[in-house]
Design a protein. Structure first.
Length: 517
């Protein structure tokens, strides 16, 4: 199958006169692609590694049959759909192939960023996972056509699945019902109930919001397991929950640490907080169980679905660069008790702060994270205009946007500014900076966060207000000439600042943090 040359129903061919720096993916099907069941299609990929890709180029990467369906939960309501597909042979059987340089498999995802107008949020978070050597799905940006209809910029992603090159677990066969073979190979999750029905059980412990907590099977599905296997993994996870809830939960041998890979929990905790993922801890939260001979631990991950993270949600305080996602956002109904209970252990809390400091000194430093954002932005600068022409949404609200930029550049700048402000706030809260210990105090700043100005609350006429950056350097000093005076910060860079108020005797009245997104 060659690349289509015919009329494009939504995108004129002159859009592609200069080609694309991204791979081009073409899908052709006689049947409409629906949520379920999968329908047959043919897929071809043009990927000229050393040159641009053109509509008239012959396939270079794959040219064969697939079965495909629409995927997603709330995202299915958007006009730009996401897809799940399998590469198959001419007889419809699974066909493991390498796509765009990724290891051979047959299960794949085409994620179509829509509410994320920057197009980069998932890719950014996955790259941050790569930089701390945590397995996250490999991915490649591409441009997609379905039946000659241009569909925009997509992220071709590995589906979360047991595989030597994905979630590296021993394969669990239905006959593995005894001994060590029974103890590993399970991928589980906390998630919404939609999509494939994979089975679940009810935890004996309620969620943080007092709701029933369901632990779902992901791979294998419960229907593909022997009853002894379902019983084993439920009992094992429940034993972990009992240990975590017990008075001896801090004991290395009797408590939670005997069951889990602690570092994987710390890493998920930190990326959910860095990105302030409003679905974090409660949806798309995967974990798996190793065989006892391989360590036997419950391992948190792989990370998944950060499309409405990084300041892209106007609920659960997702737009604010301050406040912890786990404890401060008010959306606890379906969050399992695991993570807040772990924070009650001083050793876990200390390791969380130590891990944050380690990552901020290298892989998640300001320079490193900005470098990732700039690299992704540069990759998409050539093609983003086509996506936003195909799906016009710049300058308009798309659920659940917290920020509406008039241009693609404004959307990118918001992601970078928000992320920098978020990490600087976390620096203070996790002990990386010399943070004031008594904040907030008597200094009231409204609004906070703010991009342009803040008003000093209370009666402080005659006082002096000093503004410090997170290095502790004084960068501004203001005389308070009247009560409820406003001060401009529009000229300052995004970040976390310390405001200190001094009375007319140079005595410290109080201090507070000021967040500038």
């Amino acid at each position: 199958m060659g690349a289509p040359l015919a009329f494009f129903t939504q995108a004129p061919t002159d859009w592609f006169a200069d080609g694309s720096n991204l791979p081009l993916v073409f899908l052709s099907t006689e049947d409409s692609i629906v949520d379920d069941p999968r329908v047959g299609a043919r897929m071809s990929i043009v990927n000229n590694d050393s040159d641009l890709n053109h509509l008239t180029d012959d396939p270079t990467d794959y040219d064969g049959p697939v079965t495909i369906e629409i995927r997603g939960a709330s995202s299915q309501a958007f006009p730009k759909k996401g897809y799940s597909f399998e590469t198959v042979d001419e007889y419809g059987q699974n066909n493991n192939v390498s796509l765009l340089g990724m290891p051979s498999e047959n299960d794949w995802i085409l994620h179509g960023p829509y509410t994320d107008k920057s197009l980069i949020r998932n890719a950014l978070v996955y790259e941050l996972g790569d930089r701390i050597h945590r397995y996250v799905s490999r991915r490649r940006f591409c441009e997609l056509f379905v039946n000659d209809d241009y569909r925009g910029v997509y992220l071709l992603v590995e589906k979360i699945k047991r595989d030597a090159n994905r979630v590296d677990l021993a394969k669990l066969l239905p006959s593995d019902t005894l001994g060590d073979e029974l103890t590993g190979g399970y991928i589980l999750k906390f998630d919404k109930f939609n999509g494939e029905a994979s089975g679940s059980w009810t935890s004996p412990y309620l969620t943080e919001g007092g709701q029933t907590s369901y632990i779902q099977f992901h791979h294998p599905k419960q229907s593909d397991l022997h009853p002894a296997q379902s019983e084993y993994i439920e009992q094992h996870v429940t034993a972990f929950e009992h240990a975590l809830a017990s008075e001896e939960f801090e004991d290395p041998a009797m408590g939670y640490a005997a069951f889990i890979d602690v570092q994987s929990f710390l890493d998920l905790h930190l990326i959910n907080e860095l990105s302030k993922n409003v679905d974090g801890f409660r949806s798309s939260t995967f974990f798996y169980k190793e065989k006892d001979s391989d360590g036997g631990k419950l391992v948190m991950g792989p990370w998944w679905d950060y499309n409405i993270a990084l300041g892209n949600a106007n609920y659960c305080e997702g737009e604010r660069t301050e406040g912890f996602q786990l404890t401060d956002n008010g959306c606890f109904d379906f969050v399992p008790f695991w993570f807040s209970r772990l924070l009650q252990h001083e050793v876990y809390q200390s390791r969380l702060e130590q891990t944050w400091a380690e990552y901020r000194s290298g892989p998640w430093s300001d320079a490193s994270v900005c470098g990732v954002i700039d690299s992704l932005s540069a990759m998409l600068s050539f093609v983003s205009g086509r996506d936003h022409a195909r799906w016009p949404r710049l300058g308009g609200y798309v659920w659940p946007n917290a920020f509406v930029g008039d241009s693609y550049q404004e959307e990118l700048a918001y992601v970078k500014d928000w992320t920098m402000a978020r990490m600087h706030w976390m620096d203070f809260e996790l002990g990386l900076r010399n943070r004031p210990q008594d904040m907030p105090n008597t200094v009231q700043l409204r609004p906070n966060p703010t991009s342009h100005f803040f008003t000093l609350g209370g009666q402080h006429q005659g006082s002096t207000l000093s503004l410090y950056n997170f290095h502790g350097w004084e960068i501004e000093k203001f005389e308070v000439l009247y009560d409820f005076q406003s001060f401009s910060v529009g000229h300052l860079a995004s970040g976390v600042y310390i405001v200190q108020l001094w009375d007319d005797q140079d005595q410290l009245v109080g201090r507070s943090k000021l967040i500038k997104p």
